[in-house]
Design a protein around this ligand. Structure first.
Ligand code: ADP
Ligand code: MG
Length: 320
């Protein structure tokens, strides 16, 4: 006999592992009741993953459980927030207990790592669709935002760029390395890094749509432009080998799904941020600076602008 909706919620979601003192009432009532400490601001974000759009039919449910929470926590990381709670709206074509068990394992594993409690949600029948809302805290007024970049700021990114894109590009043709595949399937939200940047970075964003696109959001929101030095882009061995063979800088510049942080820091705090970055397991790279004039200019090692390599790529430069 298939589980009723009530049984399904009880079995998979009512007790998903993490218990927080600030949850007065979690899964089970009409609403959750939550406590926000004085002096803190609540930071909220939602993301939806749709089968056939954001992931392939038949994708590993455990990885999906991880990734669907990870992409939300990445948004909190970009604000410098400390994560606390999540809600989960799940639309399922049928009640597949094996699938649900694996999904919950992936979700709960990452939730436990970051002390996130599942506090409610909704379960409906239909084409597979996973919608997660994540909630976190920042000290009042301290959130890292897209609109704070200032002229002269240095631009940094965590981790490496283009790995998820290369895994995706390889899918179906070649077997991506285990490293590339895990960068695509199992991204790591840079939460500790984001929190450490509070009070230091002028602006921040997480790279979900590609560096140029997401740095473009910082530039547009802040009313500035940027110059990047492509040789300074942090790339894994796999991506370096790919660029060497193809001369395709578009991969680290524009491929999405890496979930690294891009942020800007005033030059007088360069030493401080680079000192801090020694504690970042993922590493940190300085890739350019914020300048007047809209658009993002990409320079090669010889100082030449790369724009001719990207005809019609409007984000690169307002000049062309
Ligand atoms: P209602 O009809 O009031 O919306 P539901 O029957 O949808 O209530 O849900 C009952 C309880 O289970 C609620 O507390 C809801 O937040 C929780 N819940 C439902 N689906 C999920 C889910 N997928 N994950 C976590 N909590 C869920
Ligand atoms: Mg409901």
């Amino acid at each position: 006999m298939p589980l009723s909706e009530f049984e399904l919620i009880q079995r998979f979601f009512a007790n998903s592992g993490t218990h927080r003192a600030d949850v007065k009432l979690g899964v089970g009532d009409d609403c959750a009741v939550l406590n926000v400490s004085a002096g803190k601001e609540l930071v909220v974000s939602i993301d939806t993953l749709v089968e056939g759009v954001h992931f392939l039919k038949g994708s590993d449910p455990q990885l999906l459980g991880h990734k669907s929470l990870a992409v939300n926590l990445s948004d909190l990381a970009a604000m410098g927030a400390e994560p606390a709670w999540a809600t989960l709206a799940l639309t399922l074509p049928s009640v597949d207990e094996k699938w649900l068990e694996a999904f919950c394992q992936g979700f709960s594993g990452l939730a436990a790592t970051h002390h996130v409690q599942l506090i409610g949600g909704d379960t409906t029948r239909g084409p597979l669709n996973i919608s997660i809302q994540a909630h976190g805290f920042v000290d009042a007024g301290a959130a890292l935002r897209r609109d704070g970049a200032q002229l002269g700021d240095l631009i940094y990114v965590t981790g490496t760029l283009g790995d998820a894109g290369l895994a995706l590009q390889g899918a179906g043709h070649t077997n991506p390395s285990a490293f590339l595949q895990s960068r695509l399937d199992s991204p790591t939200p840079r939460l500790a890094e984001g929190q450490a940047l509070v009070g230091l970075a002028h602006s921040a964003i997480d790279i979900s749509d590609g560096l140029i696109s997401d740095l473009g959001h910082i530039c547009a929101a802040s009313g500035v432009g940027a110059t990047l030095h492509v040789e300074d882009l942090p790339c894994s061995q796999d991506v370096r080998a790919y660029i060497k063979a193809s001369d395709d800088w578009l991969l680290p510049l524009s491929a999405g799904d890496d979930y690294e942080l891009c942020f800007t820091v005033p030059p007088e705090r360069q030493r401080e941020v680079e000192q801090l970055a020694m504690s970042f397991e993922c590493g940190l790279a300085k890739i350019g600076c914020i300048e007047p004039g809209p658009g993002i200019r990409c320079l090669a090692a010889n100082g030449r602008q790369l724009k001719r390599l990207f005809p019609g790529y409007e984000h690169f430069s307002s000049e062309g």
